[in-house]
Write a protein that binds this ligand. Structure first.
Ligand code: ATP
Length: 301
């Protein structure tokens, strides 16, 4: 069954086209990721499917309810954790949660089982003002607040941006548990490694979806020969590799640079060329494509 259905949504802000004919469907119970850099249109898309702003054209429905006509019904069913901190900084942890429960006509006690696992981690700070929590704790509280009215579907806009790696990992484990409870989750992230934790992902750039599929299918569909290269002078290496014939698209990738090669690319030739330019400790080897490589290739096309 379909939980979210979006058809040909377009949204402009003046001359800026934030969304340009976006269509996709999310199945009930799915963990669906929207992956793309800042400014790609993720927040605009969330706001439209959360009934908070109107699209210029196109349609969207959630659980069969139209986001424009049936917005009141939908707001009960949707939990939304916006990208920017959404809580009341001057209220304590407990007060924030009570407030969000009250807004939706419920109490913490009524739906405590849904947030229990997460809230337990916050309990030692129950009386602390939200503004004084660490990034990871704020994020956990915001998630509790988005869940306290027992939504069928959860939207999380960049929930792990600015959060330390341990808290990021914990957060994704929590999402797995919520999914097991039957909650459909749509989550956006600029971190390509998190894409692998989703059932399916949409890669977004400049308001358009480049591809929608499982992370595995997207990785397997990477068709160009991919190489990893490093040397002792990584900054200069980027320009030097780009200048070599047969190198198509070279970009920084963690501690190496990745590039795709065109027909006729000569690996030994590149090594000698780099050594001739004074690069030392040159390491050049074929690489396996990650989601980030797929994104770079699709974005270039
Ligand atoms: N209220 C607004 N007025 C004018 N332009 C806007 C407005 N909101 C978003 N934009 C522009 O629309 C485009 C898409 O922005 P959006 O916030 O949806 O992207 P995003 O992928 O969520 O990125 P970010 O994480 O930076 O918010 C960007 O070019 C942004 O500058």
């Amino acid at each position: 069954m379909t939980a979210v259905s979006v058809e040909n949504i377009t949204k402009r802000y003046g001359k800026t086209v934030a969304l340009d004919g976006v269509s996709f469907e999310v199945e009930k119970g799915e963990l669906f990721g929207i992956i793309g850099p800042d400014g790609a249109g993720k927040t605009t898309l969330f706001r439209i499917i959360a009934t908070l702003i109107l699209a210029d054209s196109g349609t969207a429905s959630v659980d069969g309810f139209d986001v424009v006509r049936d917005y009141k019904e939908l707001r009960k069913r949707i939990g939304y954790m916006p990208g920017r901190f959404s809580l009341y900084q001057d209220l304590t942890v407990e007060e924030n949660l009570s407030f969000f429960a009250a807004v939706f006509g419920t109490t913490i006690r009524e739906n405590y089982h849904l947030v229990e696992g997460i809230y337990k981690l916050l309990e030692p700070f129950r009386k602390r003002r939200a503004g004084k929590l660490s990034g990871g704790m704020k994020q956990k509280l915001a998630l509790c607040c988005a869940l306290i009215h027992k939504p069928d579907i959860l939207y999380l806009d960049e929930p792990t941006t600015g959060v330390d790696p341990v808290s990021r990992k914990e957060f994704w484990e929590m999402l797995g548990k919520l999914q097991q409870e039957g909650i459909t989750i749509v989550v956006s992230t600029p971190y390509m490694d998190e894409a692998n934790l989703c059932d399916r992902i949409a890669l977004i750039k400049g308001g358009r979806f480049l591809q929608i599929d499982t992370p595995q299918n997207i990785r397997q569909g990477f068709s160009a020969p991919l190489w990893a290269v490093r040397s002792e002078r990584m900054h200069r290496l980027l320009d030097d590799v780009r200048a070599f014939p047969g190198v198509d698209n070279c970009y920084a990738f963690g501690e190496t640079h990745h590039f795709t090669a065109c027909e006729g690319f000569d690996a030994d030739g590149l090594r000698s060329y780099l050594e001739g330019l004074g690069h030392t400790a040159v390491c050049l080897q074929p690489a396996k494509a990650t989601i980030e490589d797929c994104y770079m290739l699709l974005a270039k096309q």
